[in-house]
Design a protein around this ligand. Structure first.
Ligand code: ATP
Ligand code: MG
Length: 394
């Protein structure tokens, strides 16, 4: 065989960024290598703004490898390709024909050939190569037709240290390499929203650690299991994922006994944020992340968000702020957290929820209620001290 199967990986935004570019590329390469280390005999290399995965084996196990690469953030496209070291134009034509035959035999299609000659020492020019390959395919495949304006398939030929031929790009998630934009602490409940919020920030390069507030016996062991499973699901994108499980019952009861019911949710949120901030500092995070979506419930009106926000000094990122529930659900499905999130469980906030929570709370009144709650500081300190760590790694 003059060629072998490989995978070509295209990355997006990082190629645009001047100074950070090299660092980002290195980081992404390291992440891909680590994620693929579970497979034997795979080599990942970088060449001119692309990564290539080669296999020692005769056949490339696309079925197992593609889904793993697909979940690496910062990649925009993945292309199964054929690579060859035979540099004669005849060999390139034959490689291209083989590749097209595998995917398009038996059905009519239009195509064009696009050649990139990164290695300028190659004796033919890009257009000459495209013309030669195009003609070879036209002659070799009865149902093929050239259409340079609106082809069904664009066959790409890349002349580099090796030569690569590919036709289909599987669009992947995009974003920035994980960990290239600092660190954040995600408030991860078992709901639909917060895992999506965590994913979106991870996609912008934020290294995410999470905290879940657990209130036994009001929330069950199954609720905790569910959040652990969500952490696992997110680790498919982030690699390693750390989850703090904070015992929240005492803090919750402390507030429940002392504050007006219509302010309870807001005060619970403030307590969660305060605990999250302490853990965030410990984890050297620069921000907090929540799944709030403006207007979704009483505690997510802009007035409520404002009344909650002053509990902490760290910025709170709310990537779902402007999204509709339906959009959030679609994304949750796409990242495979939805089925976990909809398992039945009790939310610690819904058990302690008031019939008529305030929708336009006054910040000063909420803060005053918090100041008057006796034993709150101690409860918060104990909650932090009692946090359990759960780790997941994809
Ligand atoms: P979600 O679907 O993420 O649970 P939600 O629509 O149920 O969100 P709320 O219960 O008001 O809305 O929670 C808003 C945000 O507060 C959540 O997205 C999450 O970031 C945080 N949060 C709420 N409850 C918890 C909890 N028990 N542990 C950790 N974070 C929580
Ligand atoms: Mg919730």
């Amino acid at each position: 065989m003059i060629f072998k199967e490989a995978l070509l990986i295209k990355y997006g935004e990082i190629s645009l960024r001047g100074d950070n570019r090299r660092l980002h590329e290195k980081r992404l390469l390291r992440i891909i290598r680590r994620r693929l280390s579970r497979f034997e005999g795979l080599r990942v290399t970088r060449e001119n703004g692309r990564f290539y995965v080669e296999s020692d084996a005769e056949d490339f196990d696309y079925e197992s490898v593609m889904p793993v690469v697909f979940k690496v953030l910062g990649i925009v496209g993945i292309c199964p390709c054929l690579m060859t070291d035979e540099r004669g134009i005849g060999d390139i034509c034959e490689t291209a024909l083989f590749h097209m035959n595998r995917a398009y035999t038996g059905k009519p299609f239009t195509f064009k050939v696009k050649t990139r000659r990164a290695n300028k020492s190659y004796p033919m020019r890009s257009q000459e190569i495209s013309a030669a390959v195009g003609e070879y395919i036209l002659n070799g495949m009865e149902m093929s037709k050239v259409d340079v304006h609106n082809p069904d398939v664009t066959l790409c030929v890349e002349i580099r240290n090796h030569i690569y031929v590919y036709a289909d790009t599987v669009k992947s998630l995009g974003g920035l390499p994980y960990g290239s934009s600092g660190r954040g602490m995600l408030l991860l409940s078992g709901g639909i929203d917060s895992p999506v919020a965590g994913f979106l920030m991870a996609k912008r390069g934020v290294d995410v650690t999470a905290v879940y507030f657990h209130s036994p016996p009001y929330t069950s062991e199954r609720a905790k299991e569910k959040v652990t499973d969500l952490a696992k699901a997110l680790s498919a994108y982030t690699g390693y994922f750390k989850l703090y499980v904070v015992p929240f019952t005492d803090t919750q009861l402390c507030l429940y006994k002392q504050v007006q019911p219509e302010k309870l949710t807001l005060l619970l949120k403030r307590a969660m944020l305060r605990i999250a901030e302490i853990l965030a500092e410990k984890e050297k995070c620069h921000c907090l992340i929540t799944g709030d979506s403006v207007g979704q419930v009483a505690s997510q009106t802009t007035q409520s968000l404002a009344a909650v926000e002053t509990a902490v000094t760290m910025p709170i990122l709310r990537p779902l702020a402007g999204m509709d529930k339906q959009e959030i659900i679609e994304l949750a499905r796409k990242i495979e957290t939805y089925d976990i999130s909809i398992r039945p469980y009790e939310d610690c906030c819904t058990i302690f929820v008031a019939e008529h929570p305030e929708t336009k709370p006054k910040k000063a009144a909420v803060e005053a209620a918090e100041r008057h709650a006796q034993g709150l500081e101690e409860a918060i300190a104990e909650a932090v001290a009692g946090a359990e760590i759960i780790e997941a790694e994809a």
